[in-house]
Design a protein around this ligand. Sequence first.
Ligand code: KIV
Length: 281
Amino acid sequence: MAKLTVPAVLEMKRAGRRITALTAYDAPFARIMDDAGVDIILVGDSVGMAALGRPDTLSLTVGDMIHHAKAVTAATHNAMVIVDMPFMSFQVSAQKALENAGRIMQESGAHGVKLEGGGKYADRIRAIVDAGIPVMAHIGLTPQSYHQLGGYKVQGKHGDSARHLLADARAVEKAGAFAVVLEAIPAELAATITETLHIPTIGIGAGAQCDGQILVMHDMLGLSDGPHPRFVKVFSDLRAKVKEAFGAYIGEVRDGSFPAKEHTYSSLAESPLKVVGKKKE
Ligand code: KIV
């Protein structure tokens, strides 16, 4: 399989082939995901909550994102790797957004960036795209603005806010985004946006009519603390499986059954440790 490109993603929408996306923040999971055939891996700023124990995404820096993205790109052969632009890396100005997007691309080896916000950041999207860097937009519930939104709430439920989101979707497409994440919006609105745009919509809590879906890996693997929003489906309860493995290890160490013979080096006579031990005698 060849590396997924922006034209190929656009073609998937035209051909009606659903796009699969997941977040990853390290090499082992990125490798498994890539082997499984996921189309897009997002190094999301959700890493703050999912893997770093932080209360929200606001404290993540460009350096943090690059650190995780490097691990993901090193382990990925086929999927397109997109990196979230963290809080305050693009809000200040188009110039700063371009510089940070360029740094993320150069230092991480990613294939594009994602940024939260609609029409008001169209100039940032345009500046980055004009430099040849693919941009995935993100509208609806934008976690970097959760203080202003009053929490992690469904967006676009009523007339004005729905119209505003449709306008945002059009604006990010016009600015050159190659795809747009729709987070926590009514399925009907997501369907309208999906029909209206030429670029693919990637939904998370936006219903089944989007061109693709994304979930936070730790949520769908049952590795994150609940309660989860209703859009999360837990595909495997890894927390229980991992806990069981840890418990088995603790038990075997305590009762002496691990390490067994097959986990143990022999030929003690040739062991340097034995020689050192002998000298001491
Ligand atoms: O940071 C993230 O993981 C995201 C996805 C939820 C889309 O932005």
